[in-house]
Design a binder for this molecule. Structure first.
Ligand code: ADP
Ligand code: MG
Length: 593
């Protein structure tokens, strides 16, 4: 009897393995570009023909390879990037599997030229279908050029599986964008069928984004920045007004590597909650840096998925930093940065003159369906209030970083158990604690109602409330809203059984809140409310907000401010009362002169 089990010939095994790493021309582009980055190049050229099917070539001016390295580079599991298994956990480079070049060489004609800095000759190696055809010497500039031609020439099934040139080209562009965005410090050139497509000079992140996506995008970029012991976050989100129906401009980089993370994506969405019309996606370019030991990038052959040790904290950091940035734009709508270059402006705003008010309100967007029937508050009144505050709001009225991170004692204190005082560089903010808290709660409840995603907490002891017929009627018509906001209620024969209550609603307040809600009718036509949803959110915020006269722990003061500056509107309370005033250094000096 003959043996049935045989070892696959090397070239077949290589072809199979290659399929994992190299799925399409764009995979070759990605691997060759990343190798060039790892080789410390400061200029990288990408040249493709026919969407990469005929040719993908990457030329770099990096460290190059000597005669031994060039041969080893194409062996499977040959890598200069890890020595021992532990290195995997401290990885700073793109590569580590040592599979890319072997895989590319298994399915293409590959021609490599490379020279290390202090050698006079360069080495040239030709490989076809994994077999070395020729190794010669030549005189090339320092660095490496690798050209992969006739992709999948020896695997027709794979070649036929490729999509149209248009589709494959799109994939190539995507990979190019990702690497070029992750490395603005490197100059990139990109030629397609002999035509220059991109010439991206060495730049900072912002300029690189604009270099790729066009100058028009600049006005829509909102800087995001946060440093914590766990991670540093830098980058930009696109203003809510620039949200798209497609998911085009969404980029996460972790330790300068593009990654996909549904989890972090969700955090960004959470920060934009309530700011986007349904069906629209936020745009973002965010770069996280954290200790490589706390992440695992080794879980996917093409290395674009990452596992984080502390996902929950990253989620919170991302969400609050973005909210904070979006909030800042709200607080200082028409600041002219050129007028005063010395002021204490957060982040990289200094050189930027917003052409339009940074947050534009989409007046056609109305989350409350029944609002059109009601009288809206007169806008001139509203705007008047708003502009009055702007005029007295100095540029530095914005805390320069997430407040929780600051040494608390020097940043804020409570005055008369009524105000939070926040000293800034050339002024002082005096914030009405109760109104600020109303604003925070109002926005949260409103968003819970509109998104129907109110968080509910189960009560240890359900609460029963007897209803009169009128209240019962009222309950029936507002059941949906109460449910959306996070109440879990059953109606049993004129008695409400409250089993769960919204976040921020302590059990002791449930009864009075519900009674107030049910005594107000949605037929109220005094014109004070946009809608019944608005009315409910207002009532809840008023009933549950911190009162004047309540003394707060430092931590509570900090949290209040932090939440407050994450609000979409910060000038007036839900009841149109001014929330804070500023005292300018100049004013104080004048009084004391
Ligand atoms: P990995 O990047 O995972 O190490 P690759 O197969 O992509 O595996 O590359 C194998 C090795 O070849 C690399 O570790 C590196 O030493 C060398 N190499 C590849 N490309 C270049 C380049 N452009 N310049 C210098 N060395 C390179
Ligand atoms: Mg590599």
């Amino acid at each position: 009897m003959t043996n049935r089990i045989k070892l696959l010939p090397d070239h077949v095994a290589n072809q199979i393995a290659a399929g994992e790493v190299i799925q399409r021309p764009a995979s070759v582009v990605k691997e060759l570009l990343e190798n060039a980055v790892d080789a410390s190049a400061d200029t990288i050229q990408l040249i493709i023909k026919d969407a990469g099917k005929t040719l993908v070539q990457v030329i770099d001016n990096g460290i190059g390879m000597n005669s031994t390295d060039i041969r080893l580079a194409f062996e499977r599991h040959a890598t200069s990037k890890i020595n021992i298994a532990e290195d995997l956990f401290a990885l700073k480079t793109k590569g580590f599997r040592g599979e890319a070049l072997a895989s590319i060489a298994a399915i293409a004609h590959v021609e490599t030229h490379t020279r290390v800095e202090n050698e006079e000759v360069s080495h040239c190696l030709k490989i076809e279908g994994g077999k070395v055809i020729e190794q010669t010497l030549s005189t090339q500039p320092k660095g490496t050029s690798i050209a992969a031609k006739s992709l999948f020439y020896n695997i027709p099934a794979r070649r036929n599986f490729l999509k149209s040139d248009g589709v494959e080209f799109r994939h190539v562009i995507d990979e190019f964008h990702r690497v070029a965005l992750a490395h603005p410090e490197i100059k990139f050139l990109f030629f397609n069928n002999g035509t220059e497509l991109f010439d991206l000079p060495e730049a900072n992140f912002r300029k690189r984004i604009v270099g790729i996506f066009g100058n028009k995008l600049d006005a829509f970029l909102v800087p995001v920045e946060e440093t914590t012991s766990l991670a540093t976050l830098k980058g930009f989100v696109l203003k809510p007004t620039h949200a798209k129906k497609t998911r085009g401009q969404q980029f996460f980089f972790v330790n300068n590597r593009f990654i996909r993370s549904p989890f972090l994506h969700h955090a960004v969405n959470a920060a934009f909650e309530g700011l986007l019309r349904p069906g629209y996606n936020p745009g973002y370019f965010l770069s996280l840096n954290l200790d490589p030991k706390t992440i695992d990038i080794n879980i996917h052959p093409t290395k674009t998925e990452v596992k984080f040790e502390d996902e929950q904290s990253l989620y919170a950091i991302l969400r609050s930093a973005i909210k904070h940035s979006l909030g800042i734009f709200q607080v200082m709508p028409t600041l002219d940065f050129e007028q005063n270059q010395t002021m204490d402006v957060p982040y990289a705003f200094k050189n930027k003159v917003p052409a339009t008010p940074p947050i534009e309100v989409d007046s056609s967007f109305n989350p409350f369906k029944d609002a059109s029937a009601k009288r809206k508050p007169t806008t001139d009144q509203w705007e008047g209030l708003y502009s009055g505050i702007q005029a007295t709001t100095p540029a530095d009225s914005i805390p320069s970083s997430s407040l929780v991170e600051l040494p608390q004692s020097t940043r804020v204190f409570q005055l008369f158990s009524k105000y939070i005082v926040c000293p800034l560089k050339t002024s002082m903010l005096l914030i009405d604690q109760s109104r600020a808290h109303q604003r925070i709660l109002y926005e949260r409840f409103l968003s819970a109602i509109t998104t129907k995603k109110g968080m509910s907490q189960q009560l240890l002891f359900p609460i029963s409330i007897q209803l009169n017929p009128q209240q019962e009627e009222q309950y029936k018509s507002s059941e949906d809203i109460l449910d959306a906001i996070g109440f879990e209620i059953k109606l049993n024969n004129k008695t409400l059984e409250v089993l769960g209550s919204p976040e921020h609603c302590p059990p002791g307040k449930i009864e009075s809140v519900i009674e107030t809600l049910l005594s107000e009718s949605d037929q109220d036509s005094d014109g004070e409310h946009f809608s019944y949803a608005d009315q409910v959110a207002k009532t809840m915020s008023k009933s549950l907000a911190i009162h004047s006269g309540e003394s707060l722990e430092l931590e509570e003061q900090q949290r209040l401010l932090d939440d407050f500056f994450g609000c979409k509107e910060t000038t007036v309370s839900p009841f149109n009362k001014q929330i804070f005033i500023t005292l300018e250094k100049g004013e104080i000096e004048q009084k004391l002169s």
